[in-house]
Ligand binder design. Structure first.
Ligand code: KIV
Length: 271
């Protein structure tokens, strides 16, 4: 059963209105045409072409190695599948930090070459010049605070962020700054639920949580995790909606057995 409203197309303005109306926003990642087509048809509001592609598609340990070209390839595949959802594309590590001119060039390449509708960037005050310059070109920006995986070597661990008062205060300050600069939405990753709720209540833009509790304006998960394709990743916040690992494993075994036992192809499966 689908409970989403029949909006023709999701825009940044529509997302803002959804927050004001108290309607929750559903967001998932996708990286390829086939999955994005199924996801869009199901009525997802936002598809994030996340740099988590570095992990789930390419098998890297972190999100750092993925390149701008690879992100554009994934994003273009997703965009070609989508009719309704807003497609947000992660700016990969090294394409926007510390140089706002380079940041704008990277964002323009994403928009031009993939057809994506917006970009997402990790960080607050330290990337404000890049955010401002990208916004000045008319490119919508989604912020990302809390556990920002591109900074994993600074954090040293994937544990919950902003439990200490000092880090929580900086997060609130950064969230307010990003809203002031003009980002259209904000992702909060793996922070205490109370803090995330406070941020959502104090901002008028939508706040989307991952491991940030129920008091925010929407939720995001990595598709491969929520479909149960990744067996070795089980954080507390992850709800698995399917066990595709088992389903696919069984199907592969069945196929191998059928080929080896001459069961496949049968009379009706040949010309
Ligand atoms: O890359 C990604 O998938 C993300 C989500 C975890 C928010 O940034």
């Amino acid at each position: 059963m689908s409970v989403h409203k029949e909006y023709k197309k999701i825009t940044t303005k529509r997302l803002f209105d959804m927050k004001q109306a108290g309607e929750k926003i559903a967001m998932l990642t996708a990286y390829d045409y086939t999955m994005a087509k199924i996801l869009d048809a199901a009525g997802i509001d936002i598809i994030l072409v996340g740099d988590s592609a570095s992990n789930v598609m390419a098998g890297h340990e972190t999100t750092l190695p993925i390149t701008l070209e690879q992100m554009i390839y994934h994003a273009g595949s997703v965009v070609r599948a989508v009719n309704r959802a807003l497609v947000v594309v992660d700016m990969p590590f090294g394409t926007y930090q510390g140089n706002s001119t380079k940041a704008l060039e990277s964002a323009i390449r994403i928009m031009k070459e993939s057809g994506g509708h917006a970009v997402k960037m990790e960080g607050g005050e330290e990337i404000s010049d890049s955010v401002t310059r990208i916004l000045s070109a008319g490119i919508p920006v989604m912020g990302h605070l809390g556990l920002t995986p591109q900074s994993i070597y600074k954090f040293g661990t994937y544990t919950v962020r902003a439990k200490e008062e000092k880090e929580a205060e900086k997060l609130i300050k950064d969230a307010k700054l990003l809203e002031k600069l003009g980002v259209f939405a904000l992702v909060l990753e793996k922070i205490p639920a109370k803090l995330a709720q406070k941020v959502a209540q104090n901002l008028s833009i939508p706040v989307i949580g991952i491991g940030a509790g129920a008091g925010v304006d929407g939720q995001v998960l990595v598709m491969h995790d929520m479909l149960g394709m990744t067996k070795d990743f089980s954080p507390r916040f992850l709800r698995r909606y399917a066990d595709l690992h088992t389903t696919m494993h069984k199907a592969f075994i069945q196929y191998i057995n059928d080929v080896k036992s001459l069961d496949f192809p049968n009379e009706n499966e040949q010309y």
